[in-house]
Write a protein of this length. Structure first.
Length: 465
């Protein structure tokens, strides 16, 4: 049956679009999830997919899904594989659908501030093209140069400038997708609609489990006229949280607001003695000037000192450096980041409980956090853990224990268990805690209706039944 699926794909798309060679399949065994890398090290690597299909257009995606649906063959969409939660582990029976050949610009509309791309377009390349028109998507994940616009939607991503420009759900205008039956849908056709539930949200965060996103249209912004930087140093994390809350609830909207605990502050800048708060202000020059002054006044009123703004410019310059896991594993270190969110009254408790719990892990080198996305009702925390181990064989269990500690601390205090990396495999068993049993049942019902043969990315997002 497997061979006949490949034969059917080859007949429908052409041999050039269906790779069965070892190198292509080997390169698409998994995404950037550390556990997959650890499994490679310990000799239990993920299987190579059945084949790698590279659609050139929507019709190729439709043909692929029709064949997969008829033959019951799993399909795993793949953007650039920068996902960090194990969303891509296709296994030996699956078609790996590599969207990299679908990377066209469909249109850029300067009047209505819209830009549309094929879903496989690399994010930075899309941003650079709209920038030539004096526009910006305004979505800056650290992985902007190693992720696709379709991947952003599929994972419900968040960028570094989100505090004013919003997360992906605030930037998306419309989504085009192919469902498992091969049917094409385009969701979103005006600046706003009250036409039943907003179906775009079913695809945002679907992680390849409901269909293949083939096109993404963004609602753009004009490039900011002015930019200014602010930096402060709060004596405690809670003091910093309180200042952030005061600023955001007063109505000020710096696109970048980041707060680092003491450990991370020292790593960011050796001069730091407490908790650094970095801000980037953008917009019309007059607004930027007023906001910068207002924020400084609020910090002064809170007794929080200003810090040198070169800390912010240094961060801007180096913010997208992407470390490879090999740098760590070669020194027997297992590490990861875990992002969560909570309301203002709970975020300090989550931070304290998680850091305290991580401190109990033998060999802990770092158990720290910063915030990077602020909202009127609360903010996120982005925990980092790094643990010295006896070697790769011990890494997966330690890794899972650190994740458990952070998610337990979040759950116990009523926070949300996933801010922007998604669920994949690392969080799927935590989904009932986030959505409740009823929420998981609803998601299963939607999945069963849209994908009755269960071909789309099995094993990711939903816990085993
Ligand atoms: C160093 C680093 C920094 C990062 N920083 C950020 C950050 O700042 N903010 C953030 O939000 N994330 C961040 N990430 C996580 C990751 O980059 C995002 O999740 C990104 O959106 C994934 O895009 P991708 O194209 O690489 O998707 P992939 O990794 O290829 O896929 C991710 C998931 O989406 C599905 N998928 C991909 N494309 C499609 C499609 N066209 N249709 C349907 N499903 C699809 C896959 O099946 C998989 O389940 C970071 C990752 C790394 C390694």
């Amino acid at each position: 049956m497997s061979q006949s699926t490949v034969d059917q794909l080859t007949a429908a798309l052409g041999a050039a679009q269906v790779a069965v060679d070892d190198a292509s399949r080997n390169a698409r065994r998994h995404d950037y999830w550390m556990v997959s890398h650890v499994r490679d090290l310990v000799g239990t690597p993920a299987d190579k997919p059945l084949c790698v299909v590279r659609p050139r257009n929507v019709e190729d995606v439709q043909a692929t899904l029709r064949i997969a649906n008829a033959t019951g063959t799993p399909v795993v969409p793949f953007g650039l594989g920068s996902g960090v939660v194990g969303g891509v582990i296709p296994g030996a029976k699956a078609i790996l659908l590599d969207m990299g050949a679908m990377a066209r610009t469909r249109f850029i509309d300067e009047t209505n501030l819209l830009a549309s791309f094929d879903a496989g377009r690399m994010g930075l390349s899309a941003e650079e093209e709209v920038a030539t028109h004096g526009l910006t998507i305004g979505h800056w994940p650290q992985s902007v140069a190693i992720s696709t616009v379709g991947g952003w939607v599929a994972t419900r991503a968040s960028g570094q400038f989100s505090s004013a420009y919003g997360n992906i759900e605030d930037i998306i205008y419309s989504i085009e997708a192919v469902l498992p039956t091969g049917e094409l849908v385009t969701l979103g056709r005006g600046p706003r609609a009250a036409a039943g539930p907003d179906l775009r949200h079913i695809l945002m965060g679907s992680e390849g489990s409901l269909g293949v996103i083939t096109g993404v249209t963004f609602s753009l912004r004009r490039a900011a006229e002015a930019r200014a930087l602010s930096c402060f140093e709060a004596p405690t994390m809670q003091g910093g949280f309180d200042l952030q809350r005061t600023i955001i609830q007063a109505g000020w909207r710096p696109p970048v607001v980041r707060q680092y605990d003491e450990r991370e502050s020292r790593r960011l800048d050796a001069r730091a003695k407490a908790c650094l708060i970095l801000m980037v202000h953008e917009g019309p020059a007059a607004l930027v000037a007023v906001e910068t002054q207002a924020v400084a006044a609020l910090a002064e009123a809170a007794g929080i000192a200003a810090a040198p703004t070169d800390i912010v410019s240094n961060w801007l310059g180096h913010r997208n450096h992407v470390p490879g896991w090999d740098e760590l594993t070669s020194r027997n270190i297992v590490a990861d980041t875990v992002e969560i969110s909570a309301t203002w009254d709970k975020i300090g408790l989550v931070y304290a409980d998680a850091v305290k719990s991580l401190a109990e892990v033998p060999g802990l080198l770092a158990g720290s956090a910063h915030s990077s996305h602020v909202y009127r009702s609360g903010l996120n925390l982005y925990f980092t853990f790094a643990v010295m181990t006896d070697g790769p064989a011990a890494m997966e269990a330690i890794y899972m224990d650190c994740w458990r500690r952070i998610l337990e601390a979040t759950d116990t205090n009523g926070g949300s268990l996933a801010h922007h990396h998604g669920v994949g495999r690392v969080r799927r068993d935590w989904l009932p805690r986030e959505l409740g049993d009823g929420g998981v049942a609803l998601l299963r019902t939607i999945k069963a209706a849209v994908d009755p043969n269960g071909i789309m990315n099995p094993g990711a997002l939903l816990p085993d039944a």
